[in-house]
Write a protein that binds this ligand. Structure first.
Ligand SMILES: Cc1ncc(COP(=O)(O)O)c(C=O)c1O
Length: 442
């Protein structure tokens, strides 16, 4: 039977959803059209929301506008790929100059791709790097490289880990669309170092361990130093390739979150904002491992991809690292994120809302007991209040904030301070308005 607070939350949610439907007729009309071409009207599952997704018309700087004319502060930040905002002048200039001075689709190597490769190597301390068109591909090629090098197949990953469209491990097992699903051994709890060491130790035919230093899609749950170093050591002892997935987290410190933690991976995978808003991924690391991709060596692995060295993305990517997201900018931005997250945490004190994350990436969770320490997705099992999470999403939209329904905030460079302040106040007001359901103990 529903408790009084569940009934109240449900009633508030139904009312918020009704207002959403009334306020967004053109988004609804677009969804009605889209279902005629896409299954469910959608070509990216994450962006499907019930009763229908909002359809955006335009983005500028740190804002987006939907087709019904509402303006939002963009806290989705394209799930970290939109770090630079929607119209960064340096990226704009670089793309125009690429079109006029370089051209597209040269079907050859260019000096531009080397410029980006050298910047990536220097920034992320990689001996060698290869580029791809997505983070998913970066992980697939890193895994293929590890398998080729070791002559083994299996890979240890962690429950809640997300490594791409066909590499995800929610709830302790490979998702139905995971490639070579039987080759993955899933450690049932992230951040459990002894369990991880045990699984790595006992797994036969092991080629690699693949882990995020902070589980991003898994809820912005940060790996502890003890855990990450323990996993790294266990991989080393076993003689397998340790792959750190920094597709989401490379933005959190100048050399990526792993460098902040003092980790020395064999391979690192990258993506998202590093393409300046264009399709991008990369993998790189120790020369001994990356050598498996050296086409001068007989028996080397092939690494193909028409768009791996696309002129637009390699020039935009170089501009990101060299001119926009410099080490100094990265540090200052993430300090700003820390401050913002801390203020959100204070605003949420005593409520069912808890705040996780690192620097400019923030996870928001609603749980029955307002748990503050979340070390893995399993901690949330049976405790999450999805009704409250959805109510929050609808009401943040009404206040002019575009956030992900699942509760991830990926801050955008250049979001004005007063918008961050306003968000903290709106969150405080939301919790106060619904205090009978949102405060722990009610
Ligand atoms: C940690 C992590 N790895 C890999 C990926 C896949 O990247 P892409 O969507 O570019 O394929 C993502 C995407 O969200 C990610 O968060």
């Amino acid at each position: 039977m529903a408790s009084p607070n569940q009934e109240a939350a449900e009633a508030a949610l139904r009312a918020a959803e009704a207002r959403f439907i009334a306020n967004n007729p053109l988004s609804k009309a677009q969804q009605d059209l889209a279902v005629g071409a896409f299954p469910g009207g959608n070509t990216r599952t994450l962006l499907h929301t019930s009763p229908f997704p909002l359809c955006m018309k335009q983005g500028k700087d740190a804002y987006v506008w939907d087709v019904d004319g509402h303006k939002y502060v963009d806290f989705v930040g394209e799930l970290t790929a939109g770090l630079l905002g929607h119209s960064h002048p340096t990226i704009h200039r670089t793309l125009l100059s690429t079109l006029s001075d370089t051209g597209l689709s040269l079907g050859a190597t260019t000096a531009h791709e080397h410029t980006l490769a050298a910047l990536l190597c220097a920034r992320f301390r990689l001996d060698r790097v290869r580029m791809t068109s997505s983070g998913t591909e970066a992980n697939l090629h890193a895994l293929a490289g590890a398998r080729h090098l070791t002559g083994r197949r299996r890979v240890v990953v962690f429950s809640g880990g997300y490594h791409g469209a066909v590499l995800s491990f929610p709830g302790g097992k490979p998702a139905a669309n995971t490639v070579d699903a039987r080759d993955f051994v899933v450690v049932p709890r992230y951040n459990d170092v002894s369990l991880a060491r045990e699984v790595i130790k006992r797994t036969e035919d092991l080629a690699a361990v693949l882990v995020e230093p902070m589980q991003g899609a898994g809820g912005c749950i940060v790996g502890t130093r003890e855990f990450l170093h323990g996993v790294r050591r266990a991989a080393g002892e076993k003689g397998v390739v340790f792959i750190l997935d920094e597709v989401m987290t490379s933005r959190l410190a100048p050399g990526g979150l792993g460098s902040q933690m003092g980790l020395e991976p064999d391979l690192v995978t990258l993506g998202k904002y590093l393409g300046g808003g264009l399709a991008f991924g990369a993998f790189g690391g120790r020369e001994e491992v990356m050598r498996v991709y050296d086409p001068r060596v007989e028996g080397a692995l092939a690494h193909s991809g028409t768009f791996n060295n696309n002129t637009l993305v390699v020039r935009a990517g170089a501009a990101v690292l060299r001119d926009v997201y410099t080490a100094e900018v990265c540090v200052a931005f993430n300090e700003r994120g820390e401050g913002f997250r801390e203020r959100l945490r204070l605003a949420a004190k005593g409520s069912r809302l808890s705040v996780t994350g690192w620097g400019s990436l923030i996870g928001l969770h609603f749980t029955e007991d307002g748990m503050q320490e979340i070390s893995c997705g399993e901690d949330l099992k049976g405790k999450e209040r999805l009704d409250m999470r959805d109510l929050f999403w609808f009401e943040m939209l009404e206040a002019g904030f575009w956030t992900t329904r699942r509760g991830l905030i990926a801050m955008i460079l250049g979001t004005p301070d007063d918008e961050l302040d306003r968000f903290v106040e709106v969150v405080r007001g939301f919790l106060e308005k619904h205090r009978h359901t949102m405060m722990v103990g009610q």
